[in-house]
Design a protein around this ligand. Structure first.
Ligand code: SPD
Length: 417
């Protein structure tokens, strides 16, 4: 993909060379059935409930918290915010703290695909107040008119955002009217160090050759290969591997990428976008094409379990996708004040850093070395250095025809037909 280069200051005083991307305007897909917000069993329990022993004291506790910590919604306001976020994308204590400080309860629900979120947003009346679309989906959803502009007077912590990330987000959301960046990351390779070595020998896992050469992936088949169920992640990786533009609109390019994916299809046990976090950590699978922070969380889980599983994450040398996931408010959100309060809270320096420390994704704020663990800040697969950065590409919103073709090919690949 064509990329101009800008030179920007990096937080550690090195220089940060970054591509400047182009974005394409497109119309949007059809409407779908809608469903009311749903609780997410594993993450929602402790978050939704107010502490049982506190009801009488709560107004006082919340008032004190509000005064001390500068929350933008008065504690007395309370109420509820319906938050629809990616799975494994929140430190539960962050939402507990939010409720304690503001009196606002969080009804939390999760998804693991941009398409699922888009279906609800396009149908309207989703009931959600804050949602987290990825940049290229945000772009076309803005054009479809599904979001309400942010009231920046209610978001003092926008001042904490990293100008570099804000600028990048503006390629999807001109003037940053509708969204603030939550987290960003890459799509790369996660692997079980021991099992991958046993299957492949002592090779470096630093190339898409491991994925796209059928004879290589076949060696990993028995120990278990997962791949994201996300055409928007896997198709661009295949295109890039073939030396084609990951943002191409040429149908024949997509046919070539699909043909490549069909060849490796027999070695993929499952296409799924969230299950790998657990099964990689337990050793049930040994290899995944997945999202950076989820693989980092898997790594942490395995280390905590002391189960002898060591997980690695690699951004292949041929390049990988860099994505931005953003906080936005649907136009018909029922609780707009609470939505702003939640977004502002998530942008607080300490809270954003806490989220990064827990999730293993970089956040949209200017990195704070006092608050972010040094092993994360110095990990170039989380906060890329100039050389890693030069290998990353971004995706822009697809036109309807290209999106349809990609989805059709993707279904064919998954079903192996
Ligand atoms: N578990 C959180 C995963 C977030 C992934 N965001 C979507 C990236 C699309 N390329």
């Amino acid at each position: 993909m064509a990329a101009a280069t800008a030179v920007l200051p990096r937080f550690n005083n090195a220089l940060f060379h970054v591509p400047v991307w182009a974005a394409h305007a497109i119309p949007i897909r059809s409407t779908h059935r809608r469903r009311p917000p749903r609780r997410h069993a594993s993450q929602n329990g402790p978050i939704n409930r107010m502490p049982a022993r506190l009801p009488g004291l709560l107004p006082l506790v919340v008032l004190v918290a509000s005064v001390c910590c500068g929350t933008s919604v008065p504690a007395q306001q309370g109420g509820t915010v319906n938050f629809y976020n990616w799975s494994d994308y929140i430190d539960p204590t962050v939402l507990e703290t939010f409720t304690r400080e503001t009196g606002i309860k969080v009804r939390y629900d999760t998804f693991d695909s941009n398409d699922t979120l888009e279906t609800k947003l396009l149908a309207g009346k989703s009931g959600y107040d804050v949602v987290v679309p990825t940049g290229y989906f945000l772009e076309r959803q803005i054009k479809a008119g599904v979001f309400r502009p942010l009231d920046k007077t209610k978001l003092p912590n926008l001042a904490n955002q990293w100008p570099e990330i804000t600028k990048r987000l503006a390629t999807y959301d001109p003037d940053n009217r509708y969204a603030a960046n939550y987290m960003w990351g890459t799509t790369g390779i996660g692997y079980n160090v021991g099992k991958a070595r046993a299957a492949l020998g002592d090779v470096q896992i630093d190339s898409w050759d491991i994925v796209f050469k059928p004879e290589n992936l076949a060696r990993l088949k028995d120990c278990g290969v997962h791949m994201l169920d996300s055409a928007d992640d896997i198709m661009p990786a295949a295109l890039r591997y073939l030396g084609l533009d990951p943002n191409t609109t040429d149908a024949s390019d997509y046919e070539k990428a699909a043909a490549l994916l069909q060849k490796i299809r027999p070695s993929v046990r499952k296409f799924h976008s969230s299950e790998y976090l657990n099964v990689l950590a337990t050793g049930e699978i040994c290899f995944v094409v997945g999202w950076s922070g989820d693989i980092k969380q898997s790594q942490k889980r395995a280390a905590e379990a002391k189960n002898g599983v060591e997980i690695g994450y690699s951004i292949p040398k041929e390049g990988a996708q860099m994505f931005f996931d953003n906080l936005a408010i649907p136009k018909d959100a029922p609780n707009v004040a609470q939505a702003h309060a939640l977004i502002d809270f998530l942008l607080k320096s300490e809270i954003a850093a806490k989220s990064t420390n827990y999730l293993g994704y970089a956040n949209g704020n200017t990195p704070n070395a006092q608050l972010i663990k040094s092993e994360i800040l110095n990990d170039t697969t989380v906060y890329p250095d100039a050389s890693t950065m030069s290998r990353l590409y971004t995706i822009s919103a697809k036109d309807q025809k290209t999106q349809r073709l990609m989805n059709r090919l993707w279904t064919r690949i998954k079903t192996g037909r």
